[in-house]
Design a protein around this ligand. Structure first.
Ligand SMILES: NC(=O)c1ccc[n+]([C@@H]2O[C@H](COP(=O)([O-])OP(=O)(O)OC[C@H]3O[C@@H](n4cnc5c(N)ncnc54)[C@H](O)[C@@H]3O)[C@@H](O)[C@H]2O)c1
Length: 330
């Protein structure tokens, strides 16, 4: 089976390409290589997969690639991924995430290939910050009925403020779903092949900081809580979704799923710093930062029989080890 992975040299892309290849799929990897570290991932993919079919391409070129190669399934991961960059350059963010995803989704629909899209929990915008929370010693938590349960897909996406990234990803998501694909509204994902930066991939970024003896700055008080999801759990879900799109597409076409580690895989910035022996520096809160986010993944569980399996402590230890083995390469 022929599949296309856009953003295939990125973090999620690289892990997905490996998983798809292990299954015997014929994978086309498309990426502009603009993300720092993507060239390292590409080398790794080329060393791991003989005759890797890699196409260096911008998002604007992906539609013609789809028409030419006619993949049966498209994993659309290529994106401008940082909220801060979206605020600084909203038009570029729009072009890549909204218009680019529209072009991919429409081209795929024209050849009848379903798309699996990585959306984001930022589509919920500041609705998340309106939910009641409680302050605890090292973290915030939801108060009331959402505590230990988290946010499900029914929380409104109609918010007063989203950030340009939240909007552009939502627009991309809506087009993918409109044309019969599915969207995963992802929380923080982590694992090997991740080159975190201050704006995105915070666990990886903090690991790189520590290994380079650089200071780690926390914006806010560090009690912000996130659910984190190991990339092996992500790829396992993506493969199940691929199977269902191939065998029973109408069952899930147009659906969105909240995808994250859930309450059992939550950690605050302070807790991570304590785990890795880091003395952080503190600065002012960043606008629109969510104090608590973790999602309720019951929908993905009921449809795909999927729950996160990687133990958080073990997953974080592996991330740290992988980062230590790679720090010299970037
Ligand atoms: N990593 C996370 O925690 C997280 C959370 C929520 C959503 N997401 C979404 O998941 C997807 C994958 O994230 P990731 O962490 O693997 O990011 P990543 O930056 O590692 O991968 C994205 C890839 O897209 C490529 N790319 C960027 N702009 C491009 C363009 N204009 N044309 C072609 N290729 C381009 C980059 O070179 C990179 O290799 C993204 O769509 C992101 O929005 C990620």
């Amino acid at each position: 089976m022929k599949v296309l992975v856009t953003g295939g040299a990125g973090f999620v892309g690289t892990n997905t390409v490996i998983a798809l290849t292990k299954r015997g799929y014929d994978v086309i990897v498309a990426d502009s290589l603009t993300r720092r570290g993507s060239e390292v991932n590409l080398r790794y993919l080329q060393e791991t997969i003989p005759n890797l079919d890699f196409r260096q391409s911008e998002i604007e070129d992906m539609a013609s690639l789809i028409f030419k190669e006619k993949p049966e399934l498209v994993f659309h991961f290529a994106a401008q991924v940082a909220v801060t960059s979206s605020v600084a350059s909203p038009l570029r963010d729009f072009k890549i995430n909204a218009e680019g995803s529209f072009l991919v989704a429409r081209a795929a629909a024209d050849i009848d290939a379903p798309v699996i899209y990585t959306s984001t929990n930022k589509v919920f915008g500041d609705n998340v910050n309106k939910l009641p929370i409680v302050e605890q010693e090292t973290r915030y938590d939801f108060d009331g009925e959402l505590q230990q349960r988290g946010i499900d897909e029914k929380v409104s996406i109609d918010a007063n403020h989203h950030t340009p990234y939240g909007i552009s990803k939502l627009v991309g998501e809506m087009y993918v779903r409109e044309f019969g694909g599915i969207a995963n509204r992802c929380s923080c994902m982590y694992g090997p092949n991740q080159f975190g930066i201050v704006d995105q991939g915070w666990l990886s970024h903090i690991a790189f900081n520590k290994l380079r003896n650089r200071p780690t700055t926390i914006y806010g008080d560090g009690k912000q809580v996130r659910d984190i999801l190991h990339v092996n759990d992500v790829t396992r879900l993506l493969l199940s979704q691929a199977d269902m799109l191939i065998t029973d597409r109408s069952r899930i076409a147009g659906e969105a799923f909240n995808v994250g580690g859930g309450f059992q895989n939550t950690i605050s910035l302070l807790e991570l710093c304590s785990l890795w022996g880091i003395e952080p520096e503190f600065e002012e809160w960043r606008p629109a930062d969510q104090k608590v986010f973790y999602c309720d993944t019951s929908k993905a569980k009921s449809v795909f029989d999927w729950t996160p399996e990687v133990d958080m402590q073990q997953g974080l230890a592996e991330l740290y080890e992988w980062t230590a083995s790679t720090v010299a390469a970037v």
